[in-house]
Ligand binder design. Structure first.
Ligand code: AMP
Ligand code: MG
Length: 421
């Protein structure tokens, strides 16, 4: 049968991959180990915050009734009976006509209902002169105004960012439950590969994919495990693929195409890997494979991705298939790269039949109120410079050949992209 007919679309292939993807188990860790991880439980606050009414300013705690009509011509002059700094507690409740010197964050004494900021006072020996009365209740952060005990402050499935780290601590948690981090082994294949710093022979190229793929795995929240490169021969590939399959996901880079020495397909079949697809109607990244390899008894199967060796194809295929898989495994809900609509800034022609993910530089135009996008450089699947220049992937439909400047297109925003205006 014509291979083109049996070839899957990107959407069909994605559906197959995600159907085989199982969410990781959970583990209990110190909150200091949760940055970038995904919470597997709702976080319920054990405390209220703030724990007491406290001052939002350096100033004087007063009863508003005593100072309400104070102004520069007729200041309210009150005796300073106490001083409270952050970390201290007021000695007694405030009596009528008194003031307490108070610092930001310090607990407000009982019966004080307003804090006058230092800038609106003058200090006269044992007394303070209030020269401007604020509104009643000013500059006091109320007990429990942010968080109540028993309140759900973060929902399960949320990735921990710096704000969540702070909230976990504020809510009184020292340990919490997260989804385990997937471990991803990366096996580069090819007789031509050498490592940076090696004495390169004339036939060698640098194994750049090992670096970009381990960066992609890391960026996706998972743990990369680099294996030593396998040469293009069955014995080495068999041994190395077996080694790789001990992880939750194994990525084999290169050797999945139709070249004479592309043995990965054969070796996987021999190892009993169930192959779900070998090719996808996409550009770049068309030779991309996905299979499941039965693990040891009681272990779930290892997901095995064969990514093309061309450096850009490899990255693009990762973003379409491995990135959503890793996100699903970590318990996240939004699996794909964020997608926005942008105005295309140039004409593009392509052969239809494959969805094209073109390296693009997307910006936001505030005057026009929309994103704008253009190619970030040459489109060859080995041209890494244009990937370096890109912050996004322009998604060009497989059903069309001509795209005109001015029309609206979909753009996938790369993680951590900076969108300039
Ligand atoms: P392959 O998919 O093995 O047919 O490789 C396609 C192209 O990508 C060839 O030009 C390879 O030399 C190149 N290539 C394969 N693996 C890597 C790698 N790990 N790093 C950089 N380039 C690679
Ligand atoms: Mg190769």
């Amino acid at each position: 049968m014509d291979e083109m007919l049996t070839m899957l679309s990107v959407d069909e292939a994605t559906e197959i991959v995600l159907a085989q993807t199982v969410v990781m188990g959970t583990e209990r860790v110190a909150i200091t180990d949760t940055l970038g991880k995904v919470l597997s439980e709702d976080i319920i606050s054990k405390r209220e915050h703030p724990p007491w009414n406290n001052s939002a300013m350096d100033g004087y705690a007063v009863r508003w009734h005593d100072i309400q009509s104070a102004n520069a011509d007729a200041p309210a002059i009150l005796p300073i009976v106490d001083e409270v700094a952050a970390g201290g507690m007021p000695k007694q409740a405030l009596a009528e006509g008194e003031a307490v010197s108070i610092m930001t964050g310090a607990p407000v004494p009982e019966n004080a209902d307003t804090v006058v900021r230092v800038e609106d006072t003058t200090h006269e020996g044992e007394h303070v002169a209030i020269i401007k009365a604020p509104k009643k209740g000013a500059n006091i952060r109320l007990h429990g105004e942010d968080i109540q005990t028993g309140q759900t402050v973060i929902s399960a499935g949320q990735q921990v960012r710096p704000a969540e780290l702070g909230m976990l601590a504020t809510a009184g948690h020292v340990w919490t439950q997260i989804y385990q981090q997937p471990r991803v082994s990366i096996l580069a294949t090819g007789n031509e590969l050498a490592e940076p710093g090696d004495d390169l022979g004339p036939e060698k190229i640098i194994n750049s994919n090992a670096f970009s793929v381990s960066g992609l795995v890391h960026e996706s929240g998972a743990k990369p495990l680099m294996l030593h490169t396998a040469g293009d021969n069955r014995e080495e590939l068999t041994a190395k693929i077996l080694e790789a399959s001990a992880a939750d996901i194994a990525i084999v880079v290169g050797g999945v195409s139709v070249g004479k020495y592309d043995y990965v397909k054969e070796v996987l079949k021999e190892l009993g890997c169930e192959m779900h697809f070998w090719r996808v109607k996409m550009r770049p990244g068309h030779p991309v494979a996905f299979g499941t390899l039965k693990g040891r008894a009681g272990h779930r199967p290892t997901l095995l991705f064969g990514l093309p060796g061309n450096p850009v194809s490899c990255m693009v295929a990762f973003y379409q298939f491995v990135y959503p898989t890793l996100r699903k495994m970590q318990g996240l809900q939004n699996l794909q790269l964020s997608q926005v609509e942008a105005e295309l800034l140039e004409d593009i022609r392509q052969r239809p039949g494959r969805r094209h993910f073109a390296r693009a530089l997307t910006t936001y135009d505030y005057d026009a109120g929309c994103y704008k996008t253009r190619l970030s450089g040459p489109l060859g699947s080995g041209i890494l410079t244009s990937m370096v220049q890109a912050n996004s992937l322009l998604v060009l439909s497989e059903e069309r050949s001509d795209f005109k400047a001015g029309e609206r297109v979909s753009v996938q925003i790369l993680p951590d992209a900076v969108i300039a205006s």
